[in-house]
Design a protein around this ligand. Structure first.
Ligand SMILES: [Fe+2]
Length: 428
């Protein structure tokens, strides 16, 4: 009898994705909608076809005035996707991938919600809508590359405390190491830290890493399948990069996510289509924002040695476009080295406040770090570079959006300020 009970428990454990226990909904994340002052999207994976989101004002903790939002759900696994990790629960366990848009929300207001599955509710999550009058702030990370590293979650917790009034958390790619491994996403998303904020992210090249090494190589996805089934972003992106490229307007800032694709590809029609989409989007939205922030994974003015294809291929594609639209700030990662440029007009430093674009690669919000190389230490474009490996340092930043500037303050994992700079407001 005892052996039979143990068998039952073991069978139940096998049926549930590793680490979820009896949870009916997991990977619960709140993502930005096109206008996060009035709408957000709730994303989750679910073992049941019967689920919805119950949401209300945070001032209504008993959910007495709660409303329902019905999700769009899709049965999904990676079983049919080439190259993917076959030992992953993404592969072995089909589930419902759901997203529900909560719309008609009041600006600058805290809400809470839970996922109701087969009649029982998840724990309660919260978020704050945008639409903040006056100054406001957001937080940015890069490269959590979360394979059980000890840095990421304490760093996220620290930034939530340092910027408790932030309306947005953003990451410029490489949230995980191998995107086909569900357990890596679980470590990042399913805990008491990575929650209660509105999130936006661009895909890193690791969002295309389909499985662990096979014959000395990491098999790649042709699309960011798992990223796209964890995060639903505004459906306004480039034709062949939907959901990985997109834009949203948060208060007076226009944010644009770009998809810099996988480890092997840095040219081709997906890039030319995305360039065209970027120009068309910016032309259409001219006059509707005060600041322009791009987040994309591969830093076009980062190290020329870590990934030489970035300087060779991506840089000449993108810097003339960023120059044309006078982007204020480009948030990137990829190098695992900290590098921050002076204001650049195209590819050259400028002191003209109407022209400058600042490029910030914070290197790592996890524990993967690389030493400095001479392409950065000898660079005339860079105002500050940090050897994260030597310093045993990881970074995240707050961006204060003020009437006449963006004030960027970069912190290490101990809460010390390691860099700060101001991006002056341009006439637009
Ligand atoms: Fe990375």
């Amino acid at each position: 009898m005892k052996r039979f009970s143990l068998l039952l428990i073991f069978s139940a454990w096998l049926c549930c994705p590793a680490g979820y226990g009896q949870q009916m909904a997991w990977h619960i994340v709140t993502t930005v909608a096109e206008n996060p002052a009035s709408a957000v999207t709730v994303n989750y994976h679910c073992s049941s076809s019967d689920s919805y989101v119950l949401y209300t004002l945070e001032s209504d903790p008993d959910f007495a005035m709660a409303k329902k939002a019905w999700p769009v759900c899709q049965r999904w696994s990676t079983a049919e996707i080439p190259n993917t990790a076959r030992n992953s629960t993404f592969y072995t366990q089909e589930r419902y991938v759901c997203h529900a848009t909560l719309s008609g929300l009041a600006a600058d207001t805290r809400y809470c919600y839970k996922i109701v599955t087969d009649g029982s509710g998840s724990d309660v999550r919260s978020f704050r809508t945008a639409g903040v009058p006056g100054n406001w702030k957001f937080v940015a990370f890069t490269d959590f590359q979360h394979r059980e590293n000890p840095v990421t979650l304490p760093l996220v917790r620290q930034m939530k405390e340092l910027a408790s009034d932030a309306v947005l958390m953003l990451c410029s790619g490489d949230q995980i190491d191998v995107a086909g491994n569900e357990y890596e996403w679980t470590f990042l998303l399913d805990n008491d830290v990575f929650r209660d904020f509105v999130y936006a992210c661009s895909p890193g090249d690791h969002a295309y890493w389909a499985s662990d090494k096979v014959d000395g190589h990491y098999p790649q996805y042709d699309y960011a399948y798992t990223f796209n089934h964890l995060f639903k972003f505004p459906d306004n992106g480039a034709p062949d990069s939907r959901n990985t490229s997109y834009w949203f307007r948060c208060n007076n800032v226009l944010f644009v996510s770009l998809d810099m694709h996988n480890s092997d590809i840095s040219t081709g029609t997906r890039f030319s289509d995305q360039l065209r989409w970027f120009e068309e989007t910016l032309d259409r939205l001219a006059g509707t924002y005060q600041y322009l922030v791009v987040f994309e994974h591969k830093s076009i003015f980062g190290s020329e040695i870590v990934d030489s294809a970035v300087a060779r291929n991506l840089r000449p594609q993108w810097f003339p476009i960023f120059r044309k639209y006078r982007v204020d700030l480009v948030l990137s990662g990829h190098d695992h080295i900290y590098s921050r440029t002076f204001a650049l007009d195209g590819d050259r430093p400028t002191t003209d406040p109407e022209k400058g674009t600042f490029y910030l690669d914070m290197g790592s919000s996890g524990d993967k770090r690389r030493p400095l190389d001479r392409s950065l230490t000898e660079s005339p474009r860079h105002a500050r570079v940090l050897d994260l490996k030597e310093l045993d340092m990881s970074c995240a930043c707050t961006v204060d959006v003020e009437a006449n500037r963006l004030l960027v303050t970069v912190y290490d994992q101990h809460g010390h300020t390691v860099d700060s700079f101001a991006v002056p407001r341009k006439q637009r």
